[in-house]
Ligand binder design. Structure first.
Ligand SMILES: N[C@@H](CCC(=O)N[C@@H](CS)C(=O)NCC(=O)O)C(=O)O
Length: 290
């Protein structure tokens, strides 16, 4: 594919051979591709997800709620294999018409409530349990501004920079330059904020941090796209300080393990149905038992 020679035709058409890491699941239409009911466990909250940064936001939030004593946040976390197209099963599409993880079903209410979009799930849980969201108007507003900042900024990092730097079938200098510049600007936005405030929303750890650390904290630690050196992430000292603080939280560490299918087997808990699963059912333990 010679990008410099490409001139768009009057009408776009779908060529399945467009290439790239996600070519097999990308398509220009929505809706289910097959019938498949979702499994349902014993707990009030049913989560359908995988441990990408967007998925991790929710498992961290649930583990933080449990650690803070909110027993009603007990959950079953089911694995959705997005590279195999599980997100296009009819049951999944019923709770997220956008066919993307994470998706949550709250069965504790008289009629189950579906929640999709990671930011909406964080806000729903924060309001349901009265936690990780300041109660005063000014504090709540600052927290939500940063939460929505992350939701708007993230696609430039993931779908923009990450896609063209790591996944696209050819390296396109224009695209990588454009998104590297934007991601460095975003890191600088965070660095300046975290230079004046301990957490993004203010003095307290909140859903703004829970949304942002799995993306920008992981980036600052060189854990996503292998781009640490390219973006010189070590220069963002306040982001690194904040990341270290958050990554050190036991609930954050547990949340990162849930629905993880890559990396160290001892850090992968493919499905989570009970707090004891972190000790008993990680991938290394299940392999040893087989
Ligand atoms: N804005 C959405 C984005 C979710 C999203 O992009 N999920 C990705 C994984 S991180 C996904 O499910 N991809 C599967 C697909 O695109 O088919 C959110 O924050 O929940």
């Amino acid at each position: 594919m010679d990008q410099t020679a490409y001139s768009p035709p009057p009408v776009w058409s779908w060529t399945k051979e467009s290439g790239g890491r996600f070519a097999n699941i990308n398509r220009p239409v929505a809706g289910a591709t097959h019938d498949r009911e979702l499994p349902v466990g014993a707990h009030p909250l049913q989560l359908y997800s995988v441990a990408t940064p967007n998925g991790v936001k929710v498992t961290v939030m649930l583990e933080e709620l449990l650690a803070a004593g909110h027993a009603g946040a007990e959950y079953d976390a089911w694995l959705i294999n997005i590279s195999e197209g599980d997100q296009f099963g009819s049951g999944f599409v019923e709770i997220n018409p956008n066919s993307k993880i994470p998706a949550l079903l709250d069965r504790s209410t008289p009629k189950p409530i579906r929640v999709f979009e990671s930011g909406s799930i964080l806000l729903y849980l924060a309001e349901k349990f009265g936690a990780f969201l300041p109660k005063d108007l000014a504090g709540r507003t600052e927290c939500l501004s940063w939460l929505f900042w992350q939701m708007g900024a993230g696609p430039y990092l993931g779908g923009g920079f990450g896609h063209f730097y790591a996944y696209a079938p050819t390296k396109i200098e224009y695209a990588i330059d454009r998104f590297a510049m934007e991601v460095k600007r975003q890191l600088d936005v965070l660095d300046r904020r975290l230079g004046e405030s301990e957490y993004l929303g203010g003095k307290e750890y909140s859903i703004a941090d829970i949304a942002t650390a799995p993306w920008y904290g992981a980036l600052a630690k060189g854990l996503v796209y292998g781009a640490g050196e390219f973006l010189q992430v070590q220069d963002y000292k306040n982001v690194i300080r904040w990341t270290d603080q958050i990554f050190d939280r036991p609930a954050f560490k547990r949340g990162r393990m849930v629905n993880r299918v890559m990396g160290e087997p001892s850090e992968q808990l493919h499905e989570r149905h009970d707090a004891s699963d972190f000790e008993l059912r990680t991938a290394d333990k299940l392999e040893a038992a087989d």
